[in-house]
Design a protein around this ligand. Structure first.
Ligand code: SF4
Length: 73
C-alpha cells in the first residue's frame, strides 16, 4: 500500500525561470536563493514529503507556469 510519506517534490532547474511563484505557494518547502531561484528547504532540487507537506507541494506544482516542478515516488 502506498502513502504520501514516500513522495517527493522535484525541481527541474532547466525549465525554471525563477519568478518564485512556487515559493509563495509552498513557503515551508521551497526557499529562494540570492538570485531569486528556488531550492528545496535545506538545499537541493528534491525534497521528501511528509503527509503534512503534500498540500503545499501540490500547490507549488500547480503554481508553476513553466511546469518545472513535479511530484514523484
Ligand atoms: S514557479 Fe516554476 S518557474 Fe517559477 S520559480 Fe518556481 S519552479 Fe521556477
Amino acid at each position: 500500500m502506498s502513502s504520501s510519506d514516500d513522495r517527493a517534490l522535484v525541481l527541474n532547474p532547466i525549465l525554471c525561470d525563477g519568478r518564485g511563484l512556487c515559493q509563495e505557494a509552498a513557503p515551508d518547502l521551497i526557499e529562494l536563493d540570492e538570485w531569486g531561484y528556488p531550492l528545496m528547504r535545506g538545499g537541493g532540487l528534491r525534497i521528501r514529503l511528509s503527509r503534512d507537506d503534500e498540500q503545499q507541494a501540490r500547490a507549488a506544482v500547480q503554481s508553476c507556469p513553466k511546469l518545472a516542478l513535479h511530484m514523484e515516488r
